[in-house]
Design a protein around this ligand. Sequence first.
Ligand code: ME8
Length: 507
Amino acid sequence: MPRFYVTTPIYYVNDKPHIGHTYTTIVADILARWHRLIGEDVFFLTGTDENSQKTVQAAHQKKEKDIQKYTDQMSSMWQMTWDSLGFSHNDFIRTTEERHKKGVIKLFEKIQKKGDIYKGKYKGFYCSGCEAFIKESDLARGKCPLHKTKPDFIEEENLFFKLTNYKDKLLDHIKKHPEFIQPETRRNEVVSYIETALEDVSISRPNKGWGIPLPQDPKQVFYVWFDALINYLTGIGYGQDETKFSKWWAKDCPIVHLMAKDIIKFHCVIWPAMLMSSGLKLPDVIFAHGFFTIDEEKISKSLGNVIDPIFLSQKYGIDPVRYFVLREIPFGQDGDFSTKKLEERYNGDLANDLGNLVSRTLTMIEKYFESKVPAAGRPTKEEIETLVSSTWKKAEQGLDKFQFDKVLVAIWQLIDFANTYIEKNKPWELAKKDEKKLAQVLYNLTESLRHIAWMIYAFMPETAEKILSQLNVLESERKLSFDQIKKWGGLKPGTKIKKGKPLFPRI
Ligand code: ME8
């Protein structure tokens, strides 16, 4: 069975999840659901990054002396949020877990054996917001351009990783695999960084009582990014369950890392070099999407515009939020989140277009055929059938290329077509004069709804399930292969539909 492995970043536990974190996780969930739908064995990993100094600071701010207790509480809050939003991750990795620590040490020892680790002195700036060593030339008027805070100046004896050993290999890999770093703007940024600014990196820091101690020198802990990146291996069994690990970290299993553009240097430079050094394959795609603003403002606690995803999902339902963010912002670009725009799309695309199509079609089946799907005498292949098949193709191609907005546009063209098909054929008039044609029109519409439900399934799983259960096929169709699902004519005449409440009550 083909496999597919998708990850989100592991999120810091110094704060609650907001719409930005939710966005990346929604996309990972969409990819996971899509790849399961097309018949692949999928592993979807998310989790929390806990060994950071930010964790310690946040615990102190909350007057919590027991850092592990604070971390446990915060991590379970992230897990509960992801569960209540219905994400279909297969595991949730925490970097304070033993299974992770073991894997970090194992990978470190491999890199050390390769001769890529040496003792050195780091003298320079460190931004604790980024948890990153930062060059003077990267500061904006003495401050971190991202956090707008003054970095610390530190001087420490650390272990270093010979990142510069991998300069040519990295450039070569990126050149040979244009799909490795996406979108292209990010690839260019990474290439220029490697060409002009690559330096060896510290991979350890003084042990201040929090973090994973180095095996041979407990006065030092692993630098949090070195530790965090390894979650992509430990989350699938590295250092613990080699059979599981070799199933997912394998040549023939596509590996996709998702994140925003803020953390590409770690993922596209340090991480691949760590993998090269330890002799492991590189991920196939690292996709860095854009940054969200809210009503054109940066998301920040001080501005008080941090949108809680639970609040959004309670107000609108999680599916409309998923639909909105994917439809509104081309994946890869920066975008703005506004509840006004969300409500416009909710009332327009969802309530008017999709919701009405489902409710009108099923009302007519109730009215004209006693709630039973009529048999379609099909003399010729109708346009709607052809459109369904070309929409499937667009969905497959679009999802392969991470063009989620384009896929949704194509599906909505089909929905618009179906709504116009009703207007053109006027079933209420056919009911008076041509029952055969009426049966055909209504069969075509209901069968199209079945396809639409599966097409939106990865994007809006709850809505898809509601439609399929109104068509009374949810359970039986779960067992079908993707090819069977895509075939025209899957809906059996005589199926008794069960019209439900409106899918999207107007706001
Ligand atoms: O960086 N717009 O964790 P983090 C879009 N622990 N996406 C956003 C966003 C925004 N405004 N804000 C956050 C870390 N994100 C590390 C990662 S991985 C080995 C370690 C999303 O909690 C986006 O995916 O700061 C971004 O890359 C990530 O959250 C940063 O999460």
